[in-house]
Design a protein around this ligand. Structure first.
Ligand code: UN1
Length: 511
């Protein structure tokens, strides 16, 4: 198939404001609304990263039509060939890793080391899914009848709609788009309005690698005007959302109306248990990274630390000492360790939870304030924040904040710790620090979450294992690894009878 080069505005000089149109059927298309929105750097809102289309239902319809046409041809391209394009995209991403990481830090705010990691995660996902093109395994089984062959093959679903989040703007787009296209589907993606550029960069790499027009289409805009019509569209047969549990309820409800496949990757309130016998240096290092990495804006962020009493005082003192020293600032500065909140609304939510925690009677021992002096005034910065003596039932111990706010909860031992860990509505990630292998394995068994780490914080998932969670974290699907292949394919069971006679299964038996 022909290669279509994406005439990206990235070619413009950096002094010009980059205006991005929707990417539909391999073409740049203006929204039918004629309206746009701005993408600004959350570390410095004077920095305009780009202008994007504020699209609507009509734009979604155009994109779905394009995807439907592309699907008719793409599904017939052999999977190993589809996968080769994804493999080439991985190599292109490697070449462009630094540029794309910088773009991402500008639009999302997280520090360069982390945005490099985000692009790397897309590269990893590309290599993994490229390999899947030569697998896509299905069972071949003996038939219960003589001279009959039985197997199940994976088939693409059709047009898939993806709604992606701002916190891992390239990685999570890649978790959805790459397995979907290797499996033979065509896609319409709505990137988060705060971070659309990184999705464009990913799709540009795929387009430059030879992805045919219409196989991936991008429509930018807001949830109600783009996300909802995408989930409602009758020709969209699968919907994948990463977002809040509140939005998950809406999208899941819409998808259910027309029996679409629907994968929901939602909130978390992830516990790290530290037992008395743990390596404290390691646990403190892990807690800092888990709680304040990505400014706490991960669904897997360590937002509760459950401490056994003997180590409580020392752990708190040392963690707070380290948290106070974290350098907060613009992530483009390599010495900065924690970037800003993604936007004003998220910062306000974070600060609101500080008030909620104080009013509930938790003790604020670190941070809690907005940073707005000097250069901070141009961004959405806040201090790393630690609450101690948090009761397990408090709102700051129960609700997802999505900011640099961690709640420390005392516990009486392993059993109590697991009860606290499981006593929330979410079940994404979890961690335990202990040197006792028996306790570690008991925790692996008993923590009711999609991911458990032993002697590592709640973040750090790798792309080739299933990613997702229990309870309000989702609806049972998994991204990553084989989980994504399961989601983006539909089983077809095939029976070939070469006996030349009618054989009746379950009925024609000797006995
Ligand atoms: C998220 O938490 O929102 O596991 C995604 C990690 C990353 C992905 C996190 N690989 O930390």
């Amino acid at each position: 198939m022909a290669t279509h080069t994406l005439a990206t505005p990235a070619d413009l000089s950096s002094t010009q404001t980059r205006v991005f149109k929707n990417f539909i059927d391999g073409e740049w298309v203006e929204s039918s609304t004629g309206q746009t929105f701005e993408n600004r750097n959350p570390a410095d809102t004077r920095d305009l990263v780009g202008i994007f289309q504020k699209s609507n239902r009509a734009d979604v319809n155009t994109a779905v039509d394009a995807a439907k046409r592309a699907f008719a041809k793409w599904r017939l391209v052999p999977a190993p060939r589809r996968a080769e394009i994804v493999f080439r995209a991985a190599e292109i991403l490697i070449e462009r890793k630094e540029d794309y990481a910088r773009d991402m830090t500008r639009e999302m705010g997280k520090v360069l080391a982390e945005t490099r990691g985000d692009v790397q995660e897309a590269i990893d996902a590309a290599y993994y899914n490229a390999g899947e093109g030569r697998r896509l395994f299905g069972p071949t089984v003996p038939s219960e009848m003589p001279n009959k062959f039985a197997m199940a093959v994976r088939q693409p679903i059709g047009v898939c709609g993806m709604i992606t989040p701002w916190n891992f703007p390239m990685a999570i787009s890649s978790w959805k788009l790459l397995p979907a296209v290797v499996c033979g589907n065509a896609c319409v993606v709505k990137p988060a309005q705060d971070t659309p550029l990184s999705t464009f960069n990913l799709v540009r790499a795929l387009t430059d690698a030879g992805l045919p027009k219409g196989v991936i289409n991008i429509v930018t805009g807001f949830g109600a005007e783009v996300g909802t019509p995408l989930a409602e569209h009758p020709d969209v047969r699968a919907v994948s959302l990463t977002g809040s549990s509140a939005v998950g309820k809406i999208i899941g409800g819409i998808a259910a109306q027309s029996f679409k496949h629907c994968s929901l990757e939602l909130g978390g309130k992830n516990p790290m248990i530290v037992l008395d016998d743990a390596n404290l240096d390691l646990a403190i290092e892990g807690a800092l990274w888990g709680a304040f990495g990505t400014t706490g804006q991960r669904c897997t962020a360590t937002s509760r630390i459950i401490l056994q009493k003997r180590i409580y005082a020392e752990f708190v003192e040392r963690l707070v000492d380290r948290a106070k020293k974290l350098k907060v600032g613009n992530g483009l500065d390599e010495t900065v360790q924690m970037g800003p909140a993604i936007n004003q609304k998220q910062l306000e939510t974070d600060l609101e939870y500080v008030e909620i925690g104080k009013n509930e009677g938790a003790k604020l021992v670190c941070g809690g304030h907005r940073l707005d002096k000097g250069d901070y005034q141009y961004g959405w910065f806040m201090e790393p924040t630690v609450f101690i003596d948090v009761d397990r039932k408090m709102r700051i111990a129960q609700e997802e904040i999505f900011g640099p706010v961690v709640s420390i909860i005392p516990c009486d031992g392993m059993e109590d710790a697991v009860e606290i860990a499981n006593g929330i509505e979410y079940g994404l990630s979890s961690a335990i620090y202990t040197k006792d292998v028996n306790k570690a394995f008991a925790a692996i068994r008993d923590l009711y979450a999609g991911i458990t780490y032993v002697n590592a914080p709640t973040i750090g998932a790798e792309v080739h294992l299933p990613f997702g969670g229990t309870k309000a974290t989702g609806n049972g699907h998994r991204e990553g690894g084989i989980g994504a292949i399961e989601f983006y394919t539909e089983w077809k069971s095939v029976y070939v009878d070469y006996s030349d006679k009618l054989q009746k299964a379950q009925i024609d038996r000797e006995d």
